[in-house]
Design a protein around this ligand. Structure first.
Ligand code: SF4
Length: 369
């Protein structure tokens, strides 16, 4: 390891001083290295890259139509975590929800950055396109996006609302809310765009993007929806801790029944894990404490496009997916209980069909199409 890759003791001491154990920090860096496709031995390199990051990239964080849950997830820290140390590298110069200033003072911040450019634009929330449904400083949100996207270096759409409209764009969608990518297309603005679909966003997904940029000086590989492959490359079902129960045909039939405390598969109470691409199973939430399925709640599919309408009702088994020979996921899951021997093959079939239904199939070259 060269001098450039060495992290100083002083830096690690400073981290400890802020209340994060150096061992935990390096362990976190190792896990992040693994996520971006490097060996965990790269942990010190990540720490060194963080220490030597000369300049805090300015960030403009626009809050459009949303519940501000993604900002909440970003600042939630009741205690400091290794992820917070990394996110501290971002100089968030504008975020209406958390900035102390108000009125003309904050408008000036936007004006100043619009002139200088070169910032990372983080978009939270969907973009209303019908007039009068979303205003900021007397301007339509769509207009604000147009003004701020142009001079930005790159754009990150955090959370499902920013990615495709999310909850506020659910039917009947009177504000005609759309996602950031769609809005940029309508505006004819071409910028690197990273979508971090999930409701709410997981700040560790943002950490991976930052570290990838600091260490490898590039944006992560993206799928066809503009989501980092390192987080959206596999389904939840592929990696679920309850998968053995699915394969063996053991299901929670109803909430409140005896199967629930046994942590059986949640498919029959509405789990959308077979159609949902996200690394929730690995990254988890709240400093990797737990996640929906671990906590006994079926996956609602919030990392998938159009999930609010596509996956409603949330507690019903996945609709509209046909499995050759088994007559549908529902029927398939029932049969799996009686014919456990075919379960693994059926699980693969479910995955294959679900993958097709979600529009994510591999091309001949291995790329998404
Ligand atoms: Fe896990 Fe849901 Fe798949 Fe069951 S259906 S194994 S709970 S992801």
């Amino acid at each position: 390891m060269g001098k450039k890759d060495e992290v100083s003791n002083q830096f690690l001491q400073a981290i400890e001083f802020r209340g994060v154990n150096r061992r935990d920090f390096l362990k976190f860096c190792g896990a992040t290295a693994a996520l971006i496709g490097l060996s965990e031995l790269h942990a010190p390199k990540i720490a060194a890259a963080l220490e030597k990051a000369a300049k805090r990239p300015p960030v403009i964080w626009l809050n459009f139509a949303s519940c501000s849950g993604c900002t909440e997830a970003f600042i939630k820290a009741s205690y400091l975590t290794p992820a917070d140390i990394i996110l501290d590298l971002l100089s968030v110069d504008y975020n209406e929800t958390i900035m102390a200033a108000a009125g003309h003072q904050v408008e000036e911040v936007l004006e100043k950055h619009k002139k200088t450019g070169g910032y990372i634009l983080i978009v939270e929330g969907g973009v209303p396109t019908n007039k009068g449904f979303g205003m900021m400083g007397g301007k339509e949100m769509f207009e604000v996006l147009k003004e701020m996207a142009g001079p930005a270096l790159a754009i990150v759409a955090v959370g499902s609302c920013a990615a495709d409209g999310g909850v506020p764009a659910a039917k009947p969608n009177p504000a005609n809310i759309i996602g950031t990518g769609q809005a940029l297309e309508r505006l004819g603005i071409k910028k690197p765009l990273i979508n971090l679909d999930r409701c709410a966003q997981n700040p560790e997904y943002l950490v991976g993007v930052v570290v990838n940029y600091l260490l490898l000086e590039k944006l992560p590989d993206l799928d066809k929806l503009g989501r980092p492959m390192m987080y959206y490359g596999m389904t939840i079902h592929d990696n679920c801790e309850r998968r053995a129960h699915f394969d063996a045909g053991r299901f929670v039939e109803k909430f409140g029944t005896k199967e629930e405390p046994l942590q059986y598969c949640l498919y029959k109470v509405g789990c959308k894990g077979p159609m949902t691409y996200s690394a929730c199973w690995k990254i988890q939430d709240n400093a990797r404490t737990s996640w929906c399925i671990k906590a006994g709640a079926p996956c609602l599919g919030c990392a998938e496009r159009g999930w609010t309408d596509k996956f409603a009702g949330f507690y019903e088994p996945l609709p509209g997916v046909t499995i050759p020979g088994l007559g549908g996921v529902e029927a398939g899951a029932d049969k799996l209980g009686a014919v456990a021997a075919v379960a693994t093959a059926a699980g693969i079939a479910i995955h294959a069909v679900a993958t097709k239904a979600s529009g994510r199939t591999k091309g001949k070259d291995g790329g998404e199409k």
